[in-house]
Write a protein that binds this ligand. Sequence first.
Ligand code: GRF
Length: 217
Amino acid sequence: MARLKLAVLVSGSGTNLQALIDACKEPGFPAEIVQVVSNRPGVTALERAAGAGIPTDVINHKAFTTRVAFDAAIHAVLEASGADLVCLAGFMRLFTDGFVERWRDRMINIHPSLLPAFPGRHTHKRALDAGVRFTGCTVHYVRPEMDTGPIIVQAALPVHPDDTVERLRERVLSAEHRSYPLAVRLIAEGRVRVIDERAVIDDALVPGAAMLNPRER
Ligand code: GRF
């Protein structure tokens, strides 16, 4: 079966991109990365892509006077790449509504919290300040409003009493690296359908028991 073609949009270190690169190397993984686009030149994510032999493009937002023009440039590269699915992986620009609609149900994002809690930035600090017992990450289809859209995969992890922003970020990030390839796999296998703005997954394996934090004795 033909593999799903991915374009990955990045702005920084690209550890999620790396997780997708690694997943795509596994035999039988149903997707391949055909294009990486960064809005910032010189970022590590671009090195990761080049190292894996993936075509890269830099579309520097600073070179554009309007967001519409920037989005049009990104759109042109994505179209030319033949991508079926766009994966935002630490991409730090907001798209115009028109762009988002053009890629409706064909563009996904990963966010380092259990959405709809803590959309936006500084998620780990806000989770710690709120004293939540669990946090995690979310892979979701992109909608015009930031960090909203049908949820495909979430990973939940307990917050430890001695957690710092840095420790939490590290643990959430490693959960991200498992969640993003899982979401891509499910989509590529044709198992995800958006119905009434919720992502329904056929034959999903669901964990059984509740996890309590703190633990019961
Ligand atoms: C991740 O935490 C991602 O969820 C967020 O930005 C970070 C990007 O990390 N949107 P990386 O560039 O994939 O290493």
